[in-house]
Design a protein. Structure first.
Length: 335
């Protein structure tokens, strides 16, 4: 069975160097060792992110992955001034495009965007789609304290809807004030607090909150063709949909539909390497196999926890497995 995975990360030393002076690491591998040390068990290396031949193909072949959709693993230009962000993001996308062109049968890509200048970001998305045949864009976190429901960012989403490509949402480190207030404590180790604030819990809540804000802003009423991708089984959202419908009804929100309708109609979901049978079965029950796309979150999840056999052994029909393995991605991304 053909396998396409769509949350598979990439880094390039030239991009890291270009952003280093602004304090903007381009990958988790570039962060200080004491931060990375908080992620006990996540046995990745910078080489795994940067290598697009031997190491990556060894993983893909072992997991029977035919195609990866590559993306920069962290916001490339979010700390870069607008005057330089467009240039650096353009360079980063050109580097990634060269990787895809070298192995067109194995790779597609999501663009990274200069969120500092939304009008130019929309132009860069269009350039990447039309010139490089990228299949969407990946965005992370907030931009200097602003959520993307701020009207200034509307041109990016308008362009994505026009081009009929999705925006994939990826977690990023929450603001330090949020980390300190909600997650760090003198009552457990700093490493535990960092895990709690980020991959263990906090950044999933952060992305779920952000996507819900986008829904409440009416973005999908304005742009019915806009499509999002939410990783990590929906970033905490699915379990709360019934409650949100119960409390935040259209009479109060001013939306044309129930909140859950947008999550069923405009958003697709990936496991991002969280191969939990309970979560998988819940997502299939709530959204159906036609809303789920396979993703292994290379290289951040320990390789012994990543297995395409998880999908192949699922209690699904062959048709449902085909949808999750490749057909949903092919349809959404025009592959």
């Amino acid at each position: 069975m053909k396998i396409i995975t769509i949350e598979e990360h990439f880094a390039d030393q030239r991009t890291i160097d270009a952003t280093a002076e602004y304090g903007a690491p381009s990958s988790m591998a570039a962060l200080p060792e004491e931060v990375r040390a908080a992620y006990n068990g996540m046995r990745f290396t910078g080489n795994q992110l940067m290598d697009t031949d031997t190491l990556r193909f060894d993983f893909m072949d072992a997991q029977k992955v035919d195609i990866q959709v590559l993306s920069y693993t962290a916001p490339v230009c979010d700390a870069v001034p607008p005057s330089d962000a467009v240039r650096i993001c353009r360079q980063a996308n050109d580097i990634l495009a060269d990787v895809v062109k070298k192995h067109p049968d194995r790779f597609y890509a999501f663009a990274t965007l200069p969120m500092a200048d939304p009008v130019e970001a929309a132009k860069e998305l269009e350039r990447c789609v039309k010139e490089h045949h990228f299949v969407g864009a990946l965005i992370t976190g907030t931009y200097q304290g602003k959520f993307y429901d701020d009207p200034m960012f509307f041109p990016i989403f308008e362009k994505a809807a026009e081009l009929d490509v999705p925006i994939s949402w990826h977690p990023e480190f929450p603001d330090a004030k949020i980390q300190n207030y909600y997650y760090l404590s003198d009552n457990y180790p700093v490493a535990t607090g960092m895990q709690f604030a980020t991959a263990g819990f906090g950044w999933h809540l952060d992305v779920g909150l952000h996507i819900t804000r986008m829904v409440l802003s009416g973005i999908f009423d304005k742009l019915p063709n806009l499509k999002f991708i939410a990783g990590h089984w929906g970033e905490t959202i699915p379990f709360m949909l019934d409650r949100m419908d119960q409390i935040m009804r259209p009479q109060a929100t001013g939306l044309k539909k129930k909140i859950s309708d947008y999550f069923h109609e405009n958003i697709w979901y990936t496991p991002s390497g969280i191969l939990s049978r309970n979560q998988f079965e819940y997502m299939v029950k709530v959204f159906g196999a036609e809303r789920i796309i396979w993703a292994l979150d290379y290289p951040y999840i320990p390789f012994d926890s990543c297995s395409t056999d998880f999908l192949m052994n699922a209690d699904l029909s062959d048709e449902e497995k085909e949808l999750i393995a490749h057909k949903n991605a092919e349809k959404l991304l025009h592959i």
